[in-house]
Ligand binder design. Sequence first.
Ligand code: NAD
Length: 261
Amino acid sequence: PSKRFKGQNVLITGASQGIGEAAAQYFAKEGARVAINGRKEDKLRAVLETLPKVEAGEHVIATGDISHEETVQKLFKESIEAMGSLDVLICNAGYQIPSPSEDVKLADFEGVLSVNVTGVMLCCREALRYWLKHGVKGRVVVNSSVHQLIPKPHYLGYSASKGAVDNMVRTLALEYASRGIRVNAVAPGAIVTPINDSWVKDPEQYKAVASHIPMKRPGESQEIADAMGFLASEESSYITGQTLYVDGGLTLFGDFEKNWS
Ligand code: NAD
């Protein structure tokens, strides 16, 4: 492997499973020291044991709910102290709750926004404070979704949250561009992770989902981690405020493949 993140320190939220775990594997394999966040210490410890070791030191566990201000401040402080610095922030944690929109519970709606939007803001704010204080040209990659663009009926809070993420990424990118800090997003399509157990584990539903994707298959977490790596690396040094769709063509208006004329 190229080890293109050797000597760098990366904090990843929601890294106990799914795309966040794949991102942790990716950055550790590429030589970075990683701080993995999630809410459950035991799950994080299990992931930590599977990560490739790096010369710079042990990887770090950063347990806590990213929607709580003081928790975020504490886990950033402890992670940065343990690793010595921070170069890359991967804002990955997020969740969704289905409901017909006329029945949405206020607590569910606010809960989704508090993690998917406020959590991203809190983590970005801590990273920015550190980078500005220490003159670091940091990079943020936020995990958004194709649903920042495609409406997702029955998931009103989730759709709203990813729409907000789109604007937050562009706003932060503009605000800090002149200081060399880059902020971008990846927008996954349908990816095989525990968030999608409802269709991943049901062969009929899996086939139905795959048939709607122009590339005729869902994506793997690794394919999202690769895109995160690109946006966090020097290869994307002139890219900021952008969303990279990693979706097998899901956002290409697939019905037009049928050549209507
Ligand atoms: P997942 O449910 O497998 O993993 C989510 C992770 O976030 C878990 O580690 C969970 O513990 C953590 N998390 C949730 N709430 C948290 C909180 N308050 N504080 C700290 N950690 C918290 O989901 P996934 O599919 O890997 O999704 C990761 C991200 O990718 C999410 O932002 C999701 O919206 C986005 N995404 C996923 C898909 C997909 O098809 N899987 C598609 C588009 C976008």
